[in-house]
Design a binder for this molecule. Structure first.
Ligand SMILES: [Zn+2]
Length: 229
């Protein structure tokens, strides 16, 4: 029985951590400096935006993960991608520029993704409140059923995060493979030998949000530990 429990735990950890570990590994694998590249990720992003007639979209540094901010109309890149010359920097820059393109063209899937993404922080907040209040309700009301229902509600709310990101996955795949990869190949921004590496980075970039959402399930594990379930 303990072996079975350990196996289940291992599988759970693989599901929660596996995707994020894979994203990090792919980014690191293709993140080494390439002095032969013509420019940094930030420079390529600027160039691609100008080429697409989006000179008013800014390119900025961030410490909080590569992303495109539709409100500020800004492509934001991590220092290693903004200032780095690597396959990862080039591919990530092209991916984020693709979101600016989806936005500028008013693509409906992108608009839906923005609306859904706005709900995520609220879902997180409500889920955390529900989970934190559960033991209090249990102590005050002494109703195990209500307690169990609250825990289930908290888990379902957190699972909604993942569903939201899965629903928006087509937008991510379009940014990577519908837009960024063809531009990198036809514009000869990458040598043919670097295309497979870029493809891996673009796949990881598309799955980043789902991987991050899965890792938020860890906050659930943290809550369980805090209350010694
Ligand atoms: Zn993206």
């Amino acid at each position: 029985m303990p072996i079975l429990a350990a196996l289940v735990l291992l599988m759970l950890l693989a599901v929660v951590f596996g995707p994020q570990w894979w994203v990090h590994r792919v980014m690191r694998e293709h993140g080494y400096e390439r002095p032969d590249f013509r420019g940094t990720g930030g420079e390529l992003a600027r160039h691609l935006l100008d080429e697409a007639g989006l000179a008013d979209v800014k390119v900025e540094l961030t410490q909080h993960g590569d992303h495109y901010d539709p409100d500020a109309r800004a492509v934001r890149l991590l220092p290693e991608h903004h200032d780095g010359r690597s396959v990862a920097a080039v591919a990530v820059a092209a991916h984020e520029v693709s979101h600016a393109l989806q936005h500028a063209r008013g693509e409906p899937a992108f608009a839906l993704r923005c609306r859904l993404a706005g709900y995520v922080p609220w879902i997180d907040r409500i889920a955390t409140a529900v989970m934190l209040l559960a033991p209090v309700v249990f102590i005050v009301v002494k109703a195990p059923l209500l307690f169990a229902l609250q825990i289930v509600a908290g888990i379902l709310l957190l699972a909604m995060d993942i569903v939201v990101h899965l629903v928006t996955l087509p937008v991510e795949l379009d940014a990577s493979f519908g837009k960024a990869l063809p531009v990198l190949i036809t514009g000869r921004y990458l040598a043919p030998a670097d295309v497979p590496g870029a493809r891996s980075v673009l796949r990881a970039a598309a799955w980043t949000y789902v991987a991050a959402a899965l890792a938020t399930l860890l906050s659930l594990a943290r809550l369980f530990r805090a209350f010694r379930f």
